[in-house]
Design a protein around this ligand. Structure first.
Ligand code: NDP
Length: 374
């Protein structure tokens, strides 16, 4: 049963003994980024096609591709011909590497493209993932995986049928400060975990954007950024929640007519750990988590950005490992998984687990009742 599975991030972590043997990495203080275990992977660059050339592709992923060791930009899939022309010129892409959403089946004829990175609105992820898998490509799909549990299952099935890997763009699984917090909790350095509090929100702008339309977004800030707080709760505890309850409010009933504006939720884990989360599109300033133990605490604030993640501990130490390009690390790791024929730490099943919890959160908002997940 998926909810009862042990947490995949921890399954993919190297043992402490293995880590200590990797002296180069130990010196770099990046304990859970397992590059050293991949020395056997053949070194070649996989071709990535970016599907959806919006903000994230333009400002983060395409630049990050230039920093990778195992990946290169080999194609684009876009519905906007003007963007296609601009990207072709900027990245020196030949005509045969440019696709529209309607011509994705032709990817099958392009051996230069190994992976399609789906970066379209949430409610289109299944269509684009399934089209890429049918064309024989591996898929890296942005978070949230889709807008429903059923769609997530369809994506997993399509990639399995095609014999291709599916990973979800959970970049913080490759971020050293998050990995360090997981280690501190697992090794009970500051005590035994009892409570987690986590929140992420921001004041959303343009009222016409797809994030405010339920059909394309699947929901409000919970789907978009609350999912980071949910992820933190799950990877800090190393458990799957057994029950959730939630409340949502909307102040601006015009802008937020389709989705929630703010949402707060509670979860219980099998060990007795309790978690409290919140998320909003109404205002900025929430970007944090804290984990309280029976004799101390640790916290990251800011916790979820591309840069500058830092935090503190009850023993007076700081948590501040060096910034790195999370998107480059995520793509390099996926490429190495494909080249080395090993599973990703962020598979489709991980996106599905989040979607089950988010569905239960929305059910609790609708019914006003605690929803059991067992
Ligand atoms: P944008 O709106 O900036 O870009 C989405 C792109 O998708 C558009 O530019 C367009 O590209 C394409 N598209 C195809 N169909 C539609 C449609 N019907 N409506 C709107 N756009 C369409 O979104 P983002 O880049 O911010 O987000 C894309 C995905 O990435 C989302 O799933 C989001 O959750 C995720 N994301 C993840 C982040 C992370 O840190 N991991 C951060 C930000 C976003 P074209 O013109 O080329 O067709």
């Amino acid at each position: 049963m998926e909810n009862g599975d042990s947490f995949p991030l921890m399954n993919s972590l190297p043992s402490r003994r293995h880590f200590l043997k990797a002296s180069a990495l130990a010196a770099a203080a990046l304990p859970f980024i397992p590059k050293f275990s991949l020395a056997a992977a053949p070194k070649r660059k996989l071709g990535f096609a970016l599907c959806g050339l919006g903000n994230l592709s333009t400002n983060q992923i395409a630049p990050a591709l230039q920093e990778t060791e195992y990946c290169k930009l080999a194609g684009i899939i876009t519905g906007t011909p003007e963007k296609a022309r601009r990207w072709q010129a900027q990245y020196n892409l030949p005509d045969h590497s440019v696709y529209s959403y309607d011509t994705m089946s032709k990817l099958a004829d392009n051996p230069d493209i190994d992976v399609v990175y789906v970066v379209t609105p949430n409610g289109l992820h299944a269509d684009h993932t399934i089209a890429a898998a049918k064309a024989g490509k591996h898929v890296l799909c942005e978070k949230p995986m889709e807008v429903s549990v059923e769609k997530c299952r369809q994506m997993i099935d399509a990639c399995k049928t095609a014999g291709k890997q599916l990973a979800i763009g959970y970049r913080l699984h490759f971020e050293p400060n998050h990995q360090e917090c997981i280690r501190l909790v697992r090794e009970q350095v500051l005590g035994s975990l009892k409570f987690i509090e986590a929140g992420f929100g921001f004041a959303i702008g343009d009222p016409a954007q797809w994030r405010l339309k339920k059909e394309l977004s699947g929901g409000g800030p919970m789907m978009d950024v609350g999912i980071y707080a949910l992820q933190a709760m799950r990877y800090l505890s190393g458990e799957e929640p057994i029950s959730v309850s939630a409340l949502a409010t909307t102040n601006d009933k015009v802008k937020f007519r389709d989705i929630e504006e703010s949402l707060t939720w509670q979860m219980a884990f099998p060990s007795g750990v309790l978690a409290n989360g919140n998320t909003t599109y109404g205002f900025s300033g929430i970007n944090r988590f804290s984990a309280n133990t029976d004799r101390g605490w640790l916290a990251l604030n800011p916790a979820y950005g591309y840069h500058g993640i830092s935090g503190s501990r009850s023993d007076g130490k700081t948590i501040r490992l060096a910034d790195m390009n999370q998107f480059a690390a995520e793509m390099d790791d996926f490429a190495q998984c494909i080249l080395g024929n090993r599973p990703t730490r962020v598979p489709g099943e991980e996106g599905l687990r989040d979607m089950k919890v988010i569905s239960a959160i929305y059910e609790s908002v609708r019914t006003g009742k605690v929803v059991n997940l067992t």
